[in-house]
Design a protein around this ligand. Structure first.
Ligand SMILES: O=P(O)(O)OC[C@H]1O[C@H](O[C@H]2O[C@H](CO)[C@@H](O)[C@H](O)[C@H]2O)[C@H](O)[C@@H](O)[C@@H]1O
Length: 401
């Protein structure tokens, strides 16, 4: 059954539009990086002008995007509509799952393709590793999730790619063995990669919290003063809007309206709009009940994935399988890179049908944890089997000698 994005449908339409020709195709095998698809090294383009013209928040679609910016929870549907509506929702979700099957139910399928390949794991934070909560400061990751991520990182290179500032997300995750990309990929602390252009102005050598040598990549460095200026104005101008919260992410700013009464959403939207219209080198993107102000540069979570694969020495290789798990619109950039370049699997975390470029789905962070744990279990088994095969091989050659 084809799910369409119209008003009658429960499908949320906020992520990037889909390439319909690719919908519903779940090949057993993803072909690997195509010639010419590699990360080039000269990657940043900084347009000086914003493409579109900002009108008011009603005509430019901000308000519509705000209203659809976070999936309605099933519980709410149950509370406010008749039983038949709930059934419709379940049917729609099941139909959607035909296109974006559960990564848990498709686990054998995924691992049969991953066999003998090196998995690179990319994880979003909010809504993926921690459940969505009203107060962003209280989005704490459970100990069991932390342990699942720690175990994954023992077997596969693992990076967190978040909209939060790198420092904040590091404090929340607290695992030194991972790589971190904050501010939607605009602040990456990755491994030292000798193959990469050392002379790039945005790439500097640094040391991490443990004193290990790392590469720091900050393509929007020149925007820091502008972002800090806008941050101050946003804090000042939104302080009278009850429930509004502004977060400083160094290279971008988040303006939360989750706790703002819906009747005041036009006010907060207009306020942000009125500020950024004076900054043509900044733009606005929508997240889950959050307006994100960020620089107009050709950089996003998808580019961050490519950058990290390159720095890990894992790009352009047939035996690498990148997996990206995320729940938000900004994660679509990463799903898009993996899908369009046939490089790996995107997994969308969602309990409602959504348009997406991901290949698979998981319902919520608890399913993410289960998936990560299963992956580690599978890898251990694979390694044990390889050891047995190797020992058998050695035994038989000793015998024949
Ligand atoms: O890329 P992410 O790691 O998913 O970060 C995206 C935004 O996450 C946070 O906001 C979201 O989660 C909050 C806590 O659950 C929730 O209250 C808020 O409504 C969500 O939008 C973070 O606070 C933002 O700054 C990030 O951009």
């Amino acid at each position: 059954m084809e799910l369409k994005s119209n008003q009658a449908s429960p499908v949320l339409t906020d992520p990037a539009p889909l390439n319909k020709s690719k919908l519903g195709i779940h090949s057993n095998l993803l072909p690997y990086p195509q010639p010419g698809a590699s990360f080039s090294g000269k990657y940043i383009a900084i347009p000086r002008k914003k493409p579109g013209k900002l009108d008011d928040v009603k005509s430019n679609g901000w308000l519509d995007a705000m209203k659809s910016s976070s999936p309605p929870r099933k519980k709410l549907i149950k509370d406010f509509t008749a039983e038949v509506a709930l059934d419709d929702f379940d049917i729609a979700y099941s139909s959607w799952m035909l296109k974006y099957p559960s990564a848990l139910k498709s686990f054998e399928h995924i691992t049969s393709y991953a066999k003998n390949k090196k998995i690179a794991m990319f994880l979003d934070y909010d809504g993926t590793l921690s459940p969505i909560v009203d107060d962003p400061d209280c989005a704490i990751m459970s100990e069991s999730m932390r342990s699942a991520v720690r175990n994954v990182a023992k077997y596969f290179p693992t990076a967190i790619i978040s909209g939060r500032s790198r420092d904040k997300v590091y404090d929340l995750v607290g695992l030194t063995e991972l790589y971190y990309a904050g501010s939607h990929g605009m602040d990456i602390m990755g491994p030292v990669a000798h193959t990469m252009s050392d002379d790039h102005p945005n790439c500097i050598k640094s040391t991490d919290q443990m004193g290990k040598e790392v590469t720091l990549f900050q393509p929007a460095r020149e925007f820091i003063p502008m972002i800090q200026e806008v941050l101050k104005i946003l804090v000042e101008n939104t302080k009278s809007i009850k429930g509004a919260k502004v977060e400083n992410h160094k290279f971008c700013v988040s303006v939360h309206y989750r706790n703002v009464d819906e009747k005041n959403w036009p006010t907060i939207a207009q306020c942000v709009h009125d500020i950024i219209k004076d900054y043509p080198r900044l733009r606005l993107t929508h997240g889950r009940k959050v307006l994100e102000v960020r620089p107009v540069i050709d950089w996003n979570k998808g580019k961050a994935v490519e950058f990290l694969l390159e720095s890990l020495g894992l790009s352009n290789s047939d035996d690498v399988l990148p997996i990206y798990i995320g729940d938000d619109k900004t994660d679509e950039d990463a799903f898009k890179v993996l899908r369009e370049k046939n490089r790996g699997y995107g997994i969308l975390v969602s309990s409602v049908p959504k348009e997406t470029k991901a290949f698979y789905s998981l319902r919520d962070p608890s399913e993410v944890k289960e998936f990560l744990t299963s992956l580690v279990r599978w890898k251990k088994l694979e390694e044990a089997e390889m050891t047995i095969t190797w020992k058998k091989g050695r035994g038989s050659s000793t015998f024949s000698a």
